[in-house]
Design a protein around this ligand. Structure first.
Ligand SMILES: CC(C)(COP(=O)(O)OP(=O)(O)OC[C@H]1O[C@@H](n2cnc3c(N)ncnc32)[C@H](O)[C@@H]1OP(=O)(O)O)[C@@H](O)C(=O)NCCC(=O)NCCS
Length: 398
């Protein structure tokens, strides 16, 4: 059967406000957060005939309890999508939603799907990191990886060891800037349009409504310098230069470009290439560097072609490792213009669609930029990068 590769586009993305683990979503189910996102996508894209959705891929790192039961399928059903719409669950830890997007993108490119919904959730309050894991003892007895590889904060300390020129003062300054940029983005009303309000129920406080992220905070370099280093005595990684423990969900509509245009759906970004790689697990934060090399090579681009970056800030040290590798300044305005996970939060498997949703908004504001990039480090030593093209690029042939 003759085939042609089809263009894959990011139509629209939304997310719940991100909560602190044990905070505003303590009594909210993880799957309900996903359902809110899917329902919002359908509400704000009334041109989308829901029976045309070919797949719902939802990621979660811990796939038990309210994140279990093949969450893509159950969330699709509970969102009111027709029973004929299938769904499944995805896991690649922090890059779960990224993998959900690239999985369905592969299906769209080869013609298996026209339209899909992809996203992720992590309720780190209900499912603390590492809950219920049973690592194969060979990992330790055969020294396949350093035991520190299983504790993400310890891998960030390891990365500091390898890159001693990146000082704690620099990572703290990066963390402070993330907070300042997010505060400005909120003040300018940049983040709010893609947040889905979530009804809250608390047995102590009654009903409420989540409309903004819970984690961002005011801070200072002086205060940051005093924080404990929980992963190593006299270490460098603190709560101020690392993403926190968070609850939240994201979802996006991904489509074949011709189908999107036929239905009158917006085309916010065009997928150019993606790459995943493995690195030494004990320095997992290094992952986005080789994954970006891979994605750039596949696209026939260089880093100089990238005009906007949405990098997941699992830890300041890993973002700074990336920026140093490419000779980009710590405060380059092309990088995370609205701050990042250090301020906003990082509910593991959900985060990539937040990066993509924000990049899509930056593309609207920056028609002079042709290409943008979303990248993140991934547990057990991986990196993932997706390169996107701006359909509003002013240099495009009309
Ligand atoms: C770093 C980490 C251990 C901190 O957890 P925590 O101790 O529960 O964090 P808290 O929010 O309670 O912050 C600790 C302290 O720092 C303070 N603090 C946190 N962020 C701050 C900031 N930006 N400015 C000033 N103070 C801050 C808190 O007020 C708290 O102070 P207290 O001890 O006086 O109450 C946790 O967030 C973590 O593990 N992060 C990494 C998550 C991760 O690995 N994700 C996957 C990536 S691959």
């Amino acid at each position: 059967m003759p085939r042609e590769v089809r263009e894959v586009v990011f139509v629209d993305g939304v997310r719940t406000p991100f909560g602190k683990a044990g905070g505003m979503y303590a009594e909210t189910r993880a799957d309900d957060l996903v359902i809110r996102c899917i329902r919002e996508l359908v509400r704000r894209n009334p041109q989308l005939p829901t029976d045309r959705v070919d797949e719902v891929a939802i990621a979660a790192t811990t796939q038990t309890g309210d994140q279990g039961l093949t969450i893509g399928r159950t969330a699709a059903l509970l969102s009111g999508l027709p029973k004929t719409v299938p769904g499944y669950a995805v896991d690649r830890m922090c890059a779960g939603a990224m993998t959900a997007v690239t999985n369905v993108a592969g299906g769209i490119a080869m013609g298996a799907y026209d339209i899909a919904i992809a996203g992720g959730v992590e309720h780190m309050g209900h499912h603390p990191m590492g809950e219920g894991v049973d690592p194969n003892p060979r990992i330790l007895t055969e020294k396949l990886v350093d035991p520190s590889a299983l504790v993400m904060g310890a891998t960030a300390e390891n990365l500091h060891d390898r890159l001693p020129h990146i000082t704690k003062e620099r990572t703290d300054r990066y963390g402070l800037n993330s907070q300042l940029k997010t505060a400005k983005a909120y003040a300018d009303g940049k983040l709010q349009p893609d947040l889905v309000p979530v009804a809250l129920r608390s047995s102590e406080q009654g009903w409420g409504l989540a409309t903004v992220d819970e984690a961002p905070r005011q801070t200072s370099l002086e205060k940051l310098a005093t924080l404990k280093t929980p992963f190593r005595p006299h270490g460098r990684v603190t709560a101020g230069n690392a993403a926190g423990l968070n609850d939240g969900a994201t979802a996006a509509i991904i489509a074949d470009e011709a189908t999107a245009r036929e239905l009158g759906l917006p085309v916010a970004m065009r997928l150019v290439s993606f790459g995943y790689v493995g690195v030494e697990p004990e320095i997992m934060g290094y992952g986005p560097i080789p994954s970006t090399e891979k994605a750039l090579k596949k696209a026939g681009l260089t880093i100089d072609d990238i005009g906007l970056f949405e990098l997941n800030e699992a830890f300041a040290i890993q973002v700074l490792a990336f920026l140093d590798h490419y000779g980009i300044a710590d405060d380059d305005p092309r990088v995370n213009p609205w701050g990042g996970a250090i301020a906003i939060g990082h509910p593991l498997a959900s985060s990539a669609v937040r990066l993509m949703t924000q990049l899509a908004r930056h593309f609207e504001e920056h028609p002079e930029v042709r290409y943008g990039l979303t990248a993140m480090c991934i547990g057990i030593g991986m990196g993932g990068t997706v390169i996107w093209e701006n359909p509003n690029w002013e240099g495009a042939e009309k």
